[in-house]
Design a protein around this ligand. Structure first.
Ligand SMILES: [Zn+2]
Ligand SMILES: [Zn+2]
Length: 354
């Protein structure tokens, strides 16, 4: 099969490799679509040496959908069969540790230990930039016939947005501030709207801020001065009860803590390169809560339901599609945000919509 093989830092080729075989609790899927995630360029550029990936050669890719073509013995007993249409998530907990038993498999105590059953597809376990994907049944979800597989490949990032909004404890009618209008920030706008947000304030710049406005957010341009003051001006000086930090800069995390209302929650998805200096006096005295979020534990099924019931429409964010063979071009379009690129699809098995 064709696969995108990373051979080193920023060194990749499309190459013929063996089609994988499933273990008992695994299936092999024919991949329909794999979207480029914001993490992928970091993995490709070697920003997490020895961790994501642990070594080379490596096949990345984790925002994917496809059709089951082969099921292992245990997977069959559990009801998985050839022809099942599925989408995947990256995390696969060991299933046995204390965190997995609490349902918090994204924080598995056996993280990184494949011999103990842990996987993280496309990060250190081989992923979905390939014609076939080997995956544990713990990391796939069935999708209804009514949903196209290309659409379903967005479930992974969209379910991260759902987790981030839920963890902010935003209540129906609450104003919410979203810092950052990259793909995750834009998806968080869609989810916040579906969950009954009051006003959605979005801070960003350029074409992506324009997109945020088109999706229904009140735009705040980073370049027009003090974001925190702008938020205060729009909220009678109070700030917003829920803040999502989707920009991943030290400045933005600090702004999030300052723009939250008293008793507010700052739900963080971005990982900054530099440690932020936090306004601790404010955080303590105004009882600001800061919540970190890792991936999408137990939110993929609800995301599928939101999509299939048309509470969320991801179409405006699906901007580009390329054959996997043209991955270099696809990555360039994604990284340089060419032609309004937001979610860029790659198609390992042909360009038809299925
Ligand atoms: Zn991702
Ligand atoms: Zn575990």
């Amino acid at each position: 099969m064709d696969a995108l093989v990373l051979k080193g830092v920023r060194d990749f080729v499309i190459q013929t490799v063996a089609v994988p075989q499933p273990d008992a609790d695994e299936v092999i899927c024919k991949v329909d679509t794999t979207f480029i995630c914001g993490t992928d360029p970091h993995i490709i550029n070697g920003d997490f040496p020895g961790f994501w990936p642990k070594g080379y050669p490596f096949v990345p890719g984790h925002e994917w959908s496809g059709t089951v073509v082969q099921a292992g013995a245990k997977a069959s007993q559990l009801g998985w069969k050839e022809g099942d249409r599925v989408c995947g998530i990256s995390h696969c907990g060991c299933g046995y540790c204390a965190m997995c038993l609490k349902g918090r498999y994204n924080e598995c105590l056996n993280y990184g230990h494949e011999e103990r059953g842990h996987r993280q597809y496309g990060h250190y376990t081989p992923g979905a930039y390939a014609q076939y994907m080997r995956t544990s049944v713990k990391s796939i979800y069935k999708i209804p016939d009514a949903m196209s597989l290309e659409y379903a490949a967005c479930v992974d990032p969209l379910s991260i947005a759902l987790y981030t909004v839920k963890r902010s404890r935003m209540q129906p009618g609450d104003d919410i501030l979203i810092l950052g209008t990259g793909p995750q920030g834009l998806m968080a706008i869609l989810i916040a709207k579906a969950l009954g947000a009051g006003r959605i304030l979005a801070a960003g710049s350029g074409a992506r801020l324009k997109k945020a406005e088109e999706l229904g957010a009140v735009p705040i341009n980073y370049k027009d001065g003090d974001v925190v003051q702008k938020v205060k001006d729009l909220t009678n000086g109070l700030g917003t009860p829920a803040v999502l930090e989707c920009a991943g800069t030290a400045d933005s995390i600090r702004q999030a803590c300052l723009a939250a209302a008293k008793g507010g929650v700052v739900s963080v998805i971005g990982i900054p390169h530099e440690e932020p200096s936090l306004p601790m006096k404010r955080i303590v005295l105004d009882e600001i809560e800061i919540v970190g979020n890792r991936a999408n534990p137990n939110t993929a099924q609800a995301t599928i339901d939101l999509l299939v019931n048309k509470r969320v429409d991801i179409t405006p964010l699906m901007t580009h599609r390329f054959p996997l063979k043209e991955f270099g071009t696809a990555l360039d379009v994604f990284e340089k945000r060419k032609d309004g690129a937001i979610k860029v699809a790659t198609k390992p098995n042909g360009m038809n919509l299925t």
